[in-house]
Design a binder for this molecule. Structure first.
Ligand SMILES: Cc1cc2nc3c(=O)[nH]c(=O)nc-3n(C[C@H](O)[C@H](O)[C@H](O)COP(=O)(O)OP(=O)(O)OC[C@H]3O[C@@H](n4cnc5c(N)ncnc54)[C@H](O)[C@@H]3O)c2cc1C
Length: 465
């Protein structure tokens, strides 16, 4: 076992790029046209598009710590076209509506890259697509079914690879096949969020940091330093939503944890391959995700302690030793030649999970309250689509435009019931992840192509399917 150099410190990405300079807190009561609660990708993209579309609009962002403190400054840097809940939206609103949503997500990847370039944000973008590997017969069966399923949503540019073609791209122990889509890019999450915050400020948006909002009411965002009054109050707090008054059971704060290795040597990279820098995932039920960083490390994540009792969030990303060891175990299991490599950083963050696992964006016309989130771990691109959609919803409500292609997407205005009270919430989530891990072990041991029934049971209990 090799020791981890830094644990927590918000994330490796901040250790790499530095913490931002603090912006001033709210000095007292204020008014605005739109007040946005939360300075992550969702809040900042919303502010960006609102102000870009209408420079006279007074937009205020209130952030409890600093912009990018949450998942937007801690994620795996998969900028990709996945959106939580698409299949549910297909069931409910029809296949065509879900195809529109998928196409909007495909375009969103390109949109983020476009704006980053236009605004001069160096987010270490590499458009290598997304590679998802199968390492057991059951995973391979799931991969093929997944590939066919994605084709049915119009993603005709995706490819399926056998074991040999997979190894030509990246050498992963026991890989039997993989699927690749071009609709993905690797990014440096913190450089993206810092650049975005700077771009938003340069446009004239007022950003107050160290300003926790304690309550969101129609027309008001309440903080210990004063209240910001505005006809539109947009809640962009994702995994932290439970800490707001009245929102404890809205979205469950789910933890995800990551490690980053020391930079690998040329010789190590030669053994692994991965020259295309695709974002990398697998088909396990308790899946992993990884990227080859711009400075030649592997940053790899998975579920650590999935959920804390009472919807508590973590402490600046500190991560339990068992989780760090589990992630290091995955790293070495994938790449046995890295057995001696040093893990330099470990951290965690929270993402928001709605009861039906469907991402949503909403503006309630009666109250002027809006929100977006519930992205369940695929929010890097989705937050951009949410920001543009919130802009359109606000503009249309204010009579500045009509309905748009975005406001007609099926995830707009979706309502879902709340999570169960404790201890059911805690028991349910922990049970689900224990079951996924056990399903993975069984699939690995049996070498059968049949998916474990355990995993399907866990999905049903969790409300995923
Ligand atoms: C470890 C990890 C890895 C991930 N990897 C990926 C990935 O590779 N690809 C992908 O697509 N998605 C990934 N995700 C998910 C993705 O990062 C999120 O979905 C996305 O960043 C959400 O952005 P957001 O702005 O909605 O939320 P956040 O980034 O969490 O921002 C919310 C902000 O609101 C602030 N806030 C909260 N409460 C208050 C309050 N009361 N008052 C004022 N401010 C408040 C917080 O401080 C925070 O800055 C990952 C998430 C985690 C945790």
């Amino acid at each position: 076992m090799t020791s981890t150099v830094v644990n927590g410190g918000i994330s490796f990405w901040y250790a790499d790029d530095g913490l931002p300079l603090a912006r001033d807190p709210l000095p007292g009561d204020a008014t605005a046209d739109v007040v946005i609660v939360g300075g992550g990708y969702t809040g900042l993209w919303t502010a960006y598009y609102l102000k870009k579309g209408d420079p006279s609009l007074r937009v205020v962002v209130l952030e409890q710590r600093f912009c990018g403190y949450g998942a937007s400054g801690r994620n795996g840097g998969w900028l990709y076209n996945g959106i939580a809940g698409r299949d549910r939206y297909a069931e409910r609103y029809g296949h065509d509506a879900a195809v529109r949503l998928q196409k909007a997500m495909n375009d969103t990847v390109a949109e983020v890259v476009r704006v980053a370039e236009e605004e001069g944000i160096d987010a270490a973008v590499h458009r290598g697509g997304v590679l998802e590997v199968a390492r057991t017969p059951a995973q391979l069966a799931r991969l093929r079914a997944f590939h066919e399923h994605e084709l049915s949503y119009g993603e005709t540019d995706r490819l399926l690879f056998g074991a040999r073609e997979t190894a030509e791209r990246i050498r992963i122990a026991d890989a039997v096949g993989s699927a690749w889509t071009p609709h993905g890019a690797r990014v440096h999450p913190v450089r993206l969020v810092k650049g975005l915050a700077a771009a938003v400020e340069a446009l004239g948006v007022t950003v107050h940091e160290s300003t926790p909002v304690t309550e969101v009411r129609p027309g008001q965002a309440v903080t210990p330093y004063g209240t910001v009054r505005a006809p539109y109050v947009l809640r962009c707090t994702e995994g932290f939503t439970a800490s707001l008054k009245g929102q404890r059971r809205t979205w469950l704060p789910m933890n995800s944890s990551m490690i980053a290795t020391e930079p690998l040597t040329e010789a190590q990279w030669e053994r692994i391959g991965w020259a295309g820098c695709e974002t990398l995932g697998d088909m396990a039920h308790a899946y992993m995700y990884a990227q080859r960083t711009a400075d030649g490390r592997i940053a790899l994540g998975g579920r650590g302690m999935p959920y804390r009792f009472g919807s508590r969030t973590d402490n600046d990303g500190s991560t339990g030793p068992a989780t760090v060891e589990a992630l290091r175990g995955i790293l070495v299991d994938f790449f046995p030649t890295l057995a001696g490599v040093r893990v330099e950083h470990a951290w965690s963050g929270v993402l928001g999970v709605p009861r039906d696992w469907c991402a949503t964006v909403t503006l309630d016309r009666a109250t002027g309250l809006g929100w977006a989130g519930g992205y369940v771990g695929s929010g890097v691109a989705t937050a951009n689509l949410a920001g543009r959609t919130l802009r359109d919803l606000v503009r249309s409500d204010a009579g500045r435009s009509g309905r748009t292609e975005l406001t007609d997407l099926p995830w707009v205005g979706h309502k879902v019931r709340k999570w169960e009270p404790e201890p059911l919430r805690w028991l349910g989530v922990h049970g689900m992840y224990a079951t996924y891990r056990s399903a993975d072990r069984r699939e690995r041991a049996s070498r059968s192509t049949a998916p474990s029934r355990l995993a399907r049971l866990a999905d049903r209990v969790a409300g995923r399917h």
